[in-house]
Design a protein around this ligand. Structure first.
Ligand code: GLN
Length: 543
């Protein structure tokens, strides 16, 4: 039977529940258990696909084509296993299902009510997502005390009654502020958060204390005394980003292990480890991140107007992490420089000056017209000056447009996403895509295979494997009408869909590193297994 660890958050939002959940998952996996993680989002959206990334962070794409909250990305990066879309449960999904069932007559004669129907639907979904696993982590989004997560806390208590307390435990991640006028870490907000959780009938077994610095013994004892939680179960989780800190989230499982959180969790759930954890590889990967031997700068050209630094990283979190993974592998610190594409469009823009000092350029995924000509200018610069270039999705499409215009002489070549009447629609909607749209979908979403071309750079980077698969999220494709001219002029299609119709990877063979992919390999990258294209890109930026 599956055992559950429920993670809630107190005091403030953004307290780091996602990374805490992912880290706990990794620890238990290291102890030999099969683990999965479930994210509960109390919002009414059915998924994150329609949310603005600059507000809500990146839209994470699962292997089975879900457009999901970015926390699932952390779960996958730490657990190194695919997490399917059903592991994201939202209020919208719960009510949608219940209303559909009611309309279908599934509850004929009954009054459909909040209790028991809502908690039952929540529990059903949790059981489905966790079936077959030793352990399931359930992260409840939002903060205790929010109206909207009460139904989920109620469902947890009901699950506890069903399966028994030995099979479920609760952790509360809280924040301990250090007000500048007293310079002392305060425990009161944490005490109040514990109280709020108890109002829902839930007694937290563990308190994970986030804060600028580590929690000291007097404060652990204070929480113990005022809230009746054993100080042994009050775990310190200090900041890992900022001045004088290792600046990597990947240190968190190691920090939590110092507090013996894994052993304590297993004890409370009546479990014995199935194997001895081996953190050696993880530790050396973290060490290379903390003390890198080299340092370089890499540019990401996008449209970043009116976005603060924090949202910026959040909207591109998977690329940011994939670069980190590749940095660790190559023992280098990579500073990401965010280059605002519209700036490159100015007629007087001095591209080589703006891009000076930058060792390579990434063009990330994107939609719409803003900044597109600036991105194309950056691609020309990379192509002509042997500057490493990695194009991700839109990045590939724009590289094809650039090549069509400037090498094939197809003046005005474009994507029909921006210019529906272009003379040379090198990027276009294909019949395959129209089929998806007829079925109510709008994008090619999720994992798709690609056959890699022999002797290509891409195939070499994928360790000479003939067929690989990566995740997709796009509508448009390289137009087959132009495949021949692009190839004749020297663009190599280094990976195609198995039916040979869709271009999945491109490269320029004589170039230091000029590679584009229609996919988003950043979604499958992890610290111990960096995405091959990111690894190769960082490696050639170093040369
Ligand atoms: N806008 C492009 C398309 O829909 C690319 C999407 C992306 O980069 N994810 O095909």
């Amino acid at each position: 039977m599956t055992k559950y660890i429920v993670i809630t958050g107190g005091v403030i939002s953004g307290v780091g529940k996602g990374v805490a959940t992912a880290s706990i998952g990794r620890i238990l996996k290291e102890n030999g258990f099969s683990v999965t993680a479930i994210k509960i989002d109390p919002y009414i959206n059915c998924d994150a696909g329609t949310m603005r990334p600059t507000e809500h962070g990146e839209v994470w794409v699962t292997g089975d084509g879900g457009e999901i909250d970015q926390d699932l990305g952390n779960y996958e990066r730490f657990l190194e296993q695919p997490i399917p879309k059903r592991n994201n449960i939202t209020t919208g999904q719960i009510y949608k299902t219940l209303i559909e069932k009611e309309r279908r007559g599934d509850f004929l004669g009954e009054t459909v009510q909040f209790i028991p129907h809502v908690p039952d639907e929540i529990k059903n979904r949790i059981k489905e997502a966790s079936a077959g696993f030793d352990l399931a982590l359930i992260e409840i989004g939002g903060t205790v005390g929010d109206y909207e997560n009460i139904p989920f806390l109620f469902a947890m208590k009901s699950l506890e009654n069903e399966i028994g307390k030995i099979n479920i435990c609760y952790a509360l991640v809280t924040y301990l502020p250090v007000p500048s006028h007293i310079s002392e870490m305060k425990t009161k907000p944490t005490q109040l958060a514990i109280k709020l959780l108890r109002e829902e009938g839930i007694q937290p077994d563990f308190i994970l204390c986030r804060g600028k610095q580590a929690l000291d013994e007097p404060r652990k004892r204070k929480i113990e005394q005022y809230s009746n939680i054993l100080s042994d179960h009050i775990i310190s989780m200090p900041d890992v980003t900022g001045d004088n800190t290792p600046n990597t989230l990947y240190v968190i499982p190691l920090d939590l292990e110092k507090e013996k959180l894994g052993d304590k969790l297993m004890k409370i759930l009546g479990l014995n480890p199935k194997k001895t954890p081996d953190w050696s590889e993880w530790k050396s990967a973290v060490n290379r991140l903390v003390n890198p031997k080299k340092e370089i700068s890499v540019g990401i050209v996008g449209k970043y107007l009116k976005i603060g630094d924090f949202q910026l990283i959040d909207s591109y979190i998977s690329i940011h992490e994939a670069i980190k993974h590749a940095s660790s592998k190559n023992d280098v610190k990579v500073n990401l420089v965010w280059i605002n594409a519209p700036e490159l469009e100015e007629p007087k823009a001095n591209i080589s000056r703006i891009l000076s000092g930058i060792k390579g350029i990434i063009i990330p995924g994107g939609f719409g017209s803003s900044g597109v000509e600036g991105k194309i200018k950056a691609i020309t610069y990379c192509r002509e000056n042997h500057v490493p270039f990695l194009g991700l999705c839109y990045g590939l499409q724009l590289a094809v447009i650039e090549f069509a215009r400037n090498v094939c002489g197809l003046n005005g070549a474009h994507t029909t996403e921006i210019d529906p009447h272009t003379k040379y629609p090198v990027i276009d909607l294909l019949p395959e895509q129209e089929n998806i749209m007829e079925k109510g979908g709008t994008m090619r979403l999720g994992e798709y295979p690609a056959i890699l071309t022999e002797n290509s750079r891409v195939r070499e980077l994928y360790h000479n494997v003939g067929e690989i698969s990566e995740r997709h999220r796009h509508r448009y494709e390289v137009n087959p009408l132009f495949h021949q001219i692009l190839q004749e002029k020297g663009l190599v299609f280094s990976g195609m869909s198995p039916n040979g119709k869709l271009v999945e990877f491109i490269e320029l063979p004589q170039h230091k590193f000029f590679i584009g992919t229609q996919a988003h390999p950043e979604f499958k990258s992890s610290l111990l297994h960096p995405a091959p294209l990111f690894d190769g890109f960082v490696e050639s930026c170093l040369k």
